[in-house]
Design a protein around this ligand. Structure first.
Ligand code: ADP
Ligand code: MG
Length: 284
């Protein structure tokens, strides 16, 4: 029986091809282009042949065409929003090795990946020494937010402050503040790597005030909260910033070895980190 099947299929396919005239295909292609159903345009001939060969019911055929179009548009939309987010790299959460960093509460990260913190307007603050995966976690959670349909923007603290300072000098501060308030989730990486002057700290405070209780943020820092006074060059501003940030916030303290030293540690070339119980989150 199976021997005769290919002939049957090819006979049906040619019948299907015969049923659709080139002029009809041309017109269908034109309609799909006008409606910007580009995936359907690409796939139409193959889908028509498949439908005829398998004698698909009309509704099933339509479902297949529209289903592929919707899936293609969703993938394109995610790719576009990922590009707009300006991540330094694209690494999904699934690539994060929790086993390497036992001080991270895996369950908490999985919960954050559900993006409820975004709906609630909560901030996520990730503290820890260099190389422990702060940026990676920020990017991964940002990608989850994009998948959930949110607009995300990633920036380093120094780039953010540089842009705000320049805009302020050029009388375009309002415009720039809007740019950083508009995305549903703003990720500010590397607070504390470079010192911030008082003018910069003031501008950062203005942004934090705008987003307060409206726009959730993910912030990462290699400095404990207690050191933010020095980071911002002003204890009063640092306290005001922390007051708003921490009002609705989840803080993760990562204590562990740099992932960048993974292979060196394995080879015994460097000494592993010893947990001395210090709390990077500390007190102000
Ligand atoms: P941090 O921002 O804390 O300095 P990064 O997130 O930039 O560290 O991590 C440094 C590098 O190591 C990146 O390439 C990151 O993807 C990788 N990395 C860090 N921690 C992990 C981990 N637990 N699993 C997989 N990759 C990791
Ligand atoms: Mg980093």
């Amino acid at each position: 029986m199976s021997k005769t099947k290919p002939n049957t299929v090819s006979a049906t396919s040619s019948a299907a091809a015969a049923m659709t005239t080139p002029a009809q295909l041309e017109r269908l292609g034109e309609h799909l282009r006008k409606l910007r159903l580009l995936k359907s345009g690409e796939r139409l001939e193959a889908l028509l042949q498949h439908a005829a060969a398998n004698e698909l019911p009309y509704a099933e055929f339509l479902e297949q065409v529209l289903g592929e179009e919707v899936a293609a548009k969703a993938t394109k939309n995610i790719a576009m929003r990922t590009a707009m987010a300006r991540f330094p790299f694209v690494k999904p959460l699934e690539t994060f090795e929790f086993g390497y960093q036992p001080s991270i509460d895996r369950k908490l990260v999985q919960q954050l990946a559900n993006c409820h913190f975004i709906e609630h307007g909560d901030n996520v603050i990730v503290l820890g020494p260099p190389g422990v995966g702060k940026t990676h976690l920020g990017v991964s959670l940002g990608l989850k937010a994009i998948e959930a349909g949110y607009r995300v923007l990633f920036t380093t603290a120094s780039a953010l402050i540089e842009k705000l300072t320049k805009a302020h000098a050029e009388g375009r501060l309002e415009e720039k503040l809007k740019l950083y308030t508009a995305p549903r989730l703003l990720i500010v990486d590397e607070i504390g790597y470079l010192p911030i002057d008082r003018g910069g700290a003031n501008l950062f405070f203005q942004l934090i005030s705008r987003r307060y209780e409206r726009g959730p943020m993910i912030l990462t820092s290699n400095q404990s909260f207690g050191a933010w006074g020095e980071v911002f060059g002003d204890r009063v501003i640092a306290t005001a910033i922390l007051d708003r940030l921490l009002h609705h916030a989840v803080t993760m303290n990562i204590r562990g070895n740099s992932y960048r030293l993974k292979d060196k540690l394995k080879a015994g070339l460097v000494r592993p980190h010893e947990d001395n119980g210090s709390q990077p989150g500390g007190e102000i």
